[in-house]
Design a protein around this ligand. Structure first.
Ligand SMILES: C[S@@+](CC[C@H](N)C(=O)[O-])C[C@H]1O[C@@H](n2cnc3c(N)ncnc32)[C@H](O)[C@@H]1O
Length: 222
C-alpha cells in the first residue's frame, strides 16, 4: 500500500545536508534534461514542484541560457520554504526566484503560467500523484514541457546497491523502495490525469536507471 500522506520526512536542515553532498549526479541529469527541453526562449517561467531547499533552482539559475527566466519553487512545508527563501536571498536571486508555500495537488498559481515545469523526488511523497500531474498540466503554457524525475521501486540491483552505499556514507539508512513507483504505475497515474497521449515515461542507463522520467508536453496554441 502506498502512503496516504507524508510520514517520515527529514527536516529542511537534514535534507539540505543530503542534497548539498549526495544528489549531484541526479541534479545534473535533471538540469541537462531541462536544458534539452527549454526550447531556446530568452524569457519564460520555470516552476519547480516540491522544491525542498531550492538547491536545484539555484543550479538552474546559473545556466546562462536561463538568464532571462523567472523561477518559482513551491513546497508544502514551512521549514523547506523558509530555508529555500534564505538560500535564494543569500544568492542575491530574490528578484528572479520566488519560493511559495503551496500544495502540489492544487496550487494557487495561474493557469498556463510556466513554459517549463520540473519536479524531482517528490511524486512518491504525494497522496494523489494523478492530481499533481493534472495540476502540472494546468500550469503549463501552450507548447510547454514538464520533466518529472523520481526514483523507481524496482531499480536494477547494482544501481540500488551503489545508491545505498552513497547513503550509508552520508549516515543515512537505505532508501525505502516500497514507497516509490514502477514506470507502469507512473503511466497509470498519468492516465488517471487524462495525460496518456501527452506524456511518456522512460528510464535510461547509468545513474538514470535509479529512477524514471515522466515527460509531459502541452500542445502549442492554434
Ligand atoms: C525528497 S524531497 C525533494 C526536494 C527537491 N525536489 C530535491 O530534489 O532536492 C520532496 C519534497 O517534496 C515536498 N512535498 C511533500 N509533499 C508536498 C506537497 N503536497 N506539496 C508540495 N511539496 C510537497 C517535501 O517538503 C520535500 O521538500
Amino acid at each position: 500500500m502506498k502512503p496516504q500522506d507524508i510520514r517520515v520526512r527529514p527536516s529542511a536542515d537534514q535534507y539540505h545536508e543530503f542534497t548539498s553532498s549526495f544528489t549531484r549526479p541526479w541534479d545534473e541529469l535533471l538540469i541537462e534534461r531541462a536544458m534539452d527541453e527549454y526550447g531556446g526562449a530568452a524569457t519564460g517561467t520555470l516552476v519547480d514542484i516540491g522544491t525542498g531547499t531550492a538547491a536545484l533552482l539555484l543550479m538552474l539559475a546559473e545556466k546562462k541560457e536561463l538568464d532571462g527566466w523567472k523561477m518559482v519553487g513551491i513546497d508544502y512545508f514551512e521549514d523547506m520554504v523558509d530555508r529555500g527563501r534564505a538560500a535564494v536571498s543569500e544568492a542575491g536571486l530574490a528578484d528572479r526566484i520566488e519560493i511559495r508555500r503551496e500544495d502540489a495537488h492544487a496550487t494557487s498559481l495561474p493557469d498556463e503560467c510556466a513554459e517549463l515545469v520540473v519536479s524531482r523526488a517528490t511524486m512518491h511523497h504525494l497522496r494523489d500523484p494523478a492530481a499533481a500531474y493534472a495540476e502540472v498540466y494546468r500550469l503549463l503554457a501552450p507548447g510547454g514541457v514538464a520533466i518529472v524525475h523520481d526514483m523507481r521501486s524496482d531499480p536494477p540491483a547494482d544501481v540500488l546497491a551503489r545508491f545505498n552505499e552513497m547513503r550509508a556514507r552520508a549516515g543515512l539508512l537505505p532508501t525505502i523502495v516500497e514507497e516509490k513507483y514502477t514506470l507502469e504505475e507512473a503511466r497509470q497515474q498519468l492516465a488517471r490525469a487524462g495525460l496518456s497521449e501527452r506524456s511518456r515515461v522512460a528510464t535510461s542507463d547509468g545513474n538514470a536507471a535509479l529512477g524514471y522520467e515522466a515527460l509531459i508536453r502541452k500542445p502549442a496554441a492554434g
